[in-house]
Structure formats: structure tokens, C-alpha cells
Design a protein around this ligand. Structure first.
Ligand code: GTP
Ligand code: MG
Length: 367
């Protein structure tokens, strides 16, 4: 999916409603725009501003789509006029289970001229839905017009048009139109020694800020911070030593954790759990428990998994999606517990990997 377009996922078993809605928005017959892709269970309709993905209601199809594109701009559940509250509530519960996203990320668009009162789920009237789409288009246009930070760096093309790179989000559902502004985010890179925390931090920062090298022992010995602005968001990147090392005395671990919390200064904090794409070690089986012990039981709600050595997967002709399907159950469980939020990095080469991570981080920091 293009990152410069508004991406909307349309869910619900009402094909004719989805297509009518798309036809109205695009101003063209949606059927003619239909694309046949590699995926049997989805249809894509797009123009220069929007990408609509209609997905069939099977759990596998939904899971697959959200693994590929974990942060669409809007997830809409279409319902018919005669919908049953119980059924819709059940569908939203299922979507939460399958995608790991909170229930209110799925917006029910109410058919006809219903009002939004009294429903237990997040919903928009048709008017609110169109208003929200319009606001998203404006936000994206503003972002694309804004000059990127640090002229001359390759980063200009990397981050331009990032989905959540605009810092202002307005929700038409809120009674008093509250504006939520994301101005800063702390990215805390954690993981076992040698997984590529410092290399990934350098990729995010676009400079060799931290020492990253192959070694039989831990290279990073203290928590360190460096910062950079990414499309108006002040990003503090915190590199850490391997705090999961069982050999490390608990007093030393506590010292690192304390320092790390100090470096975060202010919220929001997003944890980036760095792992090798090609190797899942025994020491990583209980890594989430260790992370929770250090940073609290809710840490997984704010965690993104970053797999390094993306080239290894490429050499094995595997996409991230293939890898996630085939990985061992213990790793699958960790991924699921972190809301299926994964990104793939190859720190030895340049790609749009940072944009994807930032999309997830900004989305998390809004919650
Ligand atoms: N091919 C490849 N090598 C990588 C990648 N990421 C990291 N490395 C290499 O892996 C080695 C370890 O990387 P570091 O960034 O030092 O790992 P770390 O997690 O910071 O390690 P500690 O500081 O010891 O905890 C280095 O030689 C990196 O060049 C990657 O995406 N691809
Ligand atoms: Mg390091």
C-alpha cells in the first residue's frame, strides 16, 4: 500500500455497501477500479488520494492484512440498516482478538440517517465519516507540503508523507473537539546482546551515534540517548545494554532500568524489542516477562518488535509475513502479546523501515 495515500480498511460482510461507499468517495464506478492481487480474500480500490481495502470476514484474511499493514488510517466496520447490536459487538470483539488492536480502533459506520447516541462501540454517522476522511486528506496534504528536517540528508525522502507524521489528530466523535498533539516520543530499544539495538538506533537516527559492532560480549554498557526530529516529532532514541542477561547482577540491572526511565524524561514511551529475524534464542523465550518485571505489567501494550537482519529473510525468499507465519510458537506468542506490531529492519542498507516503525510508535503513543 502506498504510504502517501489515506488507507482505509473496510470490514463487514456487506460487499454491496462497501462498494457503494467507495463509488461515492472516488466518484467512479468502484468495480472498474478493482485490482486482482496476490490475495484472494481482498479487493483494493484506489485513486491518487485513497486506498480502500475490502477484506472478507475470515480471521486469517484479517490477520494477514493487519500483519502487512498494521496501522491503516482508518478501520471501518460496515453494517446494514437492520444490524443487531449483539452481532456488531461480537464482530468488534473478534477483530480485537485477531488483530490485537483496541476495540475503539474499529469504527462502525452507521447506515442511513442514524445518530451515534447510545451505542457501546465507536461509531460515525455518514457525515462524520466523510468529515474524518476530509480531515485526513488535509492532514496528509499539510505533511507533504512541510519541509523535512535536516535538508540534505537522505531522510527527506524516507519520512516524507509518513502516515502519522502529521502531529495533529482530530476526532469528530469527541463532543468538545479536543486536539491531541504528539510532539515527542521516546523510543527505548531493548533486547539481548548482539541483536542489533545500537545498529537499529543508528538507522533511526541516520547517524553513527552509538557503537555497533560484532563482539562475543556486550558492546553497549550504559543506557544512552540521542535525538532527532522526524516530521515535526521530537524523537528521543534510548539505546540500552542487554538487561535480560541472566548473568547480570540484579543491582546492575536495576541501575540500568532506573537510568533508562530517567532518560525517558517525559511520556510517551514506546519500547522497541529488538530481535534477530533469523535466530530466536532460548534466552528470548521469557523476554516479555523480564521486560514486564523491569518496566511494569503494561509494557507490552507499548511495545513494537523490531526484527533485524532483514536481508537474511530476503535471501531465504521469505517476506516478514511468511516469517511470522512459520516462526516457532513461543515467538508467535510474544508477537501476539505485543499486538502483532512488528517491523523488519536491515541495518546494512537503506529502506523505508524507519517510517513503518514511526507509524507504529506514534499510533501507540496516542493511546
Ligand atoms: N547484516 C546485518 N547485521 C546487523 C544488523 N543489525 C546489526 N547487525 C550487526 O550485528 C552486530 C551487533 O550489532 P549491535 O548493534 O552492536 O548489537 P546490540 O544489540 O547493540 O549489542 P549490545 O550492545 O552488545 O547489546 C554488529 O556487527 C552489527 O553490524 C542487520 O540488520 N543486518
Ligand atoms: Mg549496543
Amino acid at each position: 500500500m502506498s504510504h502517501n495515500k489515506i488507507s482505509v480498511v473496510l470490514l463487514g460482510n456487506v460487499d454491496y455497501l462497501k462498494k457503494s461507499l467507495i463509488t461515492i468517495i472516488l466518484g467512479k464506478d468502484a468495480i472498474k477500479l478493482s485490482e486482482t492481487g496476490a490475495h484472494k480474500n481482498r479487493e483494493i480500490y484506489q485513486d491518487d488520494k485513497f486506498v480502500f481495502t475490502c477484506i472478507s470476514d475470515t480471521n486469517n484474511a484479517i490477520k494477514e492484512l493487519f500483519l502487512e499493514n498494521p496501522v491503516p488510517d482508518m478501520c471501518v466496520l460496515m453494517v446494514e440498516n437492520e444490524f443487531s447490536l449483539d452481532h456488531v459487538w461480537q464482530q468488534i470483539g473478534n477483530l480485537k482478538e485477531v488483530t490485537g488492536k483496541p476495540k475503539d480502533e474499529f469504527i462502525v459506520v452507521l447506515p442511513g440517517i442514524r445518530t451515534t447516541s447510545d451505542y457501546p462501540f465507536k461509531c460515525y454517522t455518514m457525515l462524520q465519516f466523510f468529515t474524518q476522511l476530509n480531515d485526513l486528506v488535509k492532514m496528509k496534504d499539510e505533511t507533504n507540503m512541510r519541509p523535512a528536517y535536516n535538508p540534505g540528508s537522505q531522510h527527506q525522502t524516507d519520512m516524507k508523507g509518513g502516515r502519522f507524521s502529521n502531529t495533529t489528530y482530530e476526532d469528530p466523535m469527541m463532543t468538545s473537539k479536543r486536539k491531541c498533539t504528539i510532539t515527542n516520543v521516546n523510543l527505548v530499544l531493548v533486547g539481548m546482546a548482539g541483536t542489533g539495538k545500537s545498529a537499529s538506533a543508528n538507522s533511526i537516527l541516520r547517524k553513527e551515534a552509538f557503537l555497533s559492532t560484532s563482539s562475543s560480549s556486550s558492546v553497549t554498557r550504559e543506557c544512552q540517548v540521542e535525538q532527532r526530529e522526524i516530521n515535526g516529532v521530537h524523537v528521543r532514541v534510548i539505546d540500552t545494554p542487554d538487561i535480560f542477561d541472566d548473568e547480570m547482577p540484579s543491582s546492575v540491572r536495576e541501575k540500568h532500568v532506573k537510568r533508562c526511565k530517567q532518560l525517558c524524561e517525559s511520556k510517551p514511551c514506546v519500547f522497541v524489542l529488538v530481535m534477530h529475524a533469523s535466530r530466536f534464542t532460548d534466552g528470548e523465550r521469557d523476554i516479555l516477562k523480564k521486560l514486564e518485571r523491569a518496566f511494569g505489567s503494561k509494557v507490552r501494550e507499548k511495545t513494537v518488535i523490531l526484527f533485524t537482519r532483514g536481508d537474511d529473510l530476503q535471501r531465504a525468499r521469505m517476506s516478514l509475513e511468511d516469517f511470522l507465519h512459520r516462526c516457532q510458537p513461543a515467538l508467535k506468542e510474544i508477537i501476539q502479546k505485543c499486538g502483532n506490531r512488528c517491523v523488519l529492519f536491515e541495518n546494512m542498507s537503506d529502506s523505508c523501515q524507519v517510517e513503518k516503525l514511526m507509524n507504529l510508535a506514534i499510533a501507540l503513543s496516542k493511546q
